[in-house]
Design a protein. Structure first.
Length: 199
């Protein structure tokens, strides 16, 4: 009897151990959850990249004195997820302003060839991005792949000339580190976190 019961029990124990290790102690059951845990535990330094914004100015990706930077990745002709995320971004901006928190929001285009300053300005106007607290900007082509890799953004061209991509809000803290990731609609959680990490 024991000989018949022991193998399944051992298999369950071994399988459970593998699952525990693979999911980081049962905390991460998806690759997105694993990414968020990894970033929270080991913040990643962000390079001193300059972006061209919707007014053709050069703006730093890194926080300036006393601020936190929130980053989302978009392309301006995105018809669905980017529009919803932009409404959430606007709500976060309003919440942070009401709390007196110094933060800068950047919608970074991963389609810099088509997203010219003029096109980015149209997108910005549609979502009331003022160019100061919230701007739309594009990186140099030479910086794009490195940024997507740093922030773990997946961009896949679709058959209609657009892209499938993961959407999130990425926090660059006052020390210039990518240190947290939130869902785009996690308005209260983002506001609370930024309030905590503001220099």
């Amino acid at each position: 009897m024991l000989a018949r019961v022991l193998p399944p029990v051992l298999a369950a124990v071994i399988g459970g151990g593998i699952l525990w290790q693979a999911t980081d102690g049962a905390q991460a059951f998806t690759s997105e959850a694993a990414r968020r845990l990894d970033v929270a535990r080991s913040p990643r330094p962000v390079p001193a990249v300059m972006l061209e914004d919707m007014t053709s100015r050069q703006v730093p990706l890194l926080p300036q004195a006393g601020e936190v930077v929130l980053v989302e990745f978009i392309y301006t002709v995105c018809g669905d997820i980017c529009q919803i995320a932009a409404a959430d971004f606007a709500e976060i901006r309003d919440r942070l302003q009401a709390q007196g928190v110094t933060a800068r929001l950047i919608s970074v285009s991963f389609d810099p060839e088509r997203d010219t300053p003029e096109q980015m300005a149209i997108y910005g106007d549609a979502h009331e991005a003022d160019g100061a607290k919230w701007t739309v900007a594009r990186p140099e082509e030479s910086d794009l792949d490195g940024l997507l890799k740093l922030f773990d953004v997946t961009v896949i061209p679709d058959e209609w000339g657009g892209y499938q991509h993961n959407a999130a809000i990425h926090v660059i803290d006052g020390s210039g580190r990518f240190s947290a990731v939130f869902d785009t609609d996690a308005v209260e959680a983002v506001a609370a976190h930024v309030h905590e990490v503001q220099p």
